[in-house]
Design a protein around this ligand. Structure first.
Ligand SMILES: [Zn+2]
Length: 327
């Protein structure tokens, strides 16, 4: 309703909301499947990446170096490094989930990113940093390791997929002021609208759903929801049993074949201390971690090897001797 009211205020009765906007109403439960469906059907997707607040949060690299003089100091200081909070995600989590869905549905080549010109540098910086996702990178200076990159959330790590987008079109504040003044009359034209129009045409006319030998790369849909049956799922189309969590609620799906393990089984396998510590990399709570087993997939029997994929930092851990350890 807010959108409808804003549209009416901007255009009076010159342009009818319903005539131009196919607005899909969803709730917390239904928006993810609805977005999947729309993305898989669309000929072109325009993604407006903007900060959740007034500006994008600054990316900061942890300052404290790690000494490699003694094993004890090294281990303590590495723990300290993992206590450093992750950087605040660049945008709203809903939008960053949508970036993950675009990638899963192989729709990046049909996606146009739009953003404000002053924000392009930040977006490119996050994309560069996200290329190192899943690793800790340090510079060796004397007998100290100096952290090299910001500690990004799994949400920001999704932005790396945007380097595959069809293109980026930027707008300026000045152009936005022009848009508000003109109330979108036919005379209103700017570099942004001209570029957007030509980029849209390029996407619509291009054959980006085929690879170099003409095979279709398009993925129309992926299985969603929960199922006790193995299903071929992203990121690698392997058989996976995701039975206690909705596929669409997962930001990071592990590679390879696996069977999801129930959180209750993980609780029983961990000490009280390990339960409260959570993810070894970012200390996310256990219910922010997706647990799975590879052995169960091949033998069908209970196993001691349970792995965790943290949905907050994206890193993988292993249940070992009652603790959750980094791998
Ligand atoms: Zn984590």
């Amino acid at each position: 309703m807010t959108l409808h009211a804003y549209w009416d205020k901007l255009f009076n009765s010159e342009l009818q909301f319903e005539q131009y906007i196919d607005y899909v109403e969803c709730d917390d439960e239904s928006w993810r499947p609805a977005v999947h469906q729309r993305i898989s059907e669309a000929s072109c997707i325009v993604l407006h990446l903007s900060p959740k607040g007034d500006e994008f949060p600054r990316l900061s690299v942890p300052k404290t170096p790690i000494s490699i003089r003694s094993m004890d100091a090294f281990s303590d200081q590495f723990d300290e490094y993992y206590n450093t909070p992750l950087t605040h995600p660049s945008s709203g989590s809903g939008l960053l989930y949508e970036v993950a869905f675009l990638d899963r549905l192989k729709r990046m080549r049909r996606t146009l990113l739009i953003c404000e010109n002053t924000e392009l540098d930040h977006i490119q910086e996050v994309i560069r940093a996200a290329h190192g996702a899943g690793m800790d990178v340090f510079d060796l200076k004397g007998s100290e390791l100096h952290p090299h990159a910001p500690r990004l959330t799994a949400l920001d790590n999704q932005l790396v997929a945007l380097s595959e987008a069809h293109g980026i079109v930027v707008y300026s504040q000045e152009e936005l002021r022009g848009l508000r003044k003109s109330r979108l009359t036919k005379r209103w034209k700017s570099r942004f609208t001209t570029k957007l129009r030509s980029s849209l045409l390029k996407v619509l006319l291009s054959a980006t759903d085929t690879d170099s030998v003409g095979h279709s790369t398009r993925r129309h849909a992926i299985p969603l929801g929960k199922s006790p049956e193995p299903r071929r799922l992203p990121p690698d189309d392997e058989l996976k049993v995701i039975q206690f969590t909705n596929v669409e609620d997962l930001l990071v799906i592990p590679y390879g074949k696996f069977v999801e393990v129930q959180l209750g089984d993980v609780y029983r396998a961990l000490s009280a201390d390990a339960r409260s510590r959570g993810c070894p990399y970012c200390h996310a709570a256990l219910d922010d971690i997706f647990f799975f087993s590879r052995e169960l997939a091949s033998t069908g029997t209970a196993t001691t090897e349970i792995r965790g994929k943290c949905q907050r930092c994206g890193r993988q851990s292993l249940v070992e001797n009652g603790t959750l350890v980094d791998v």
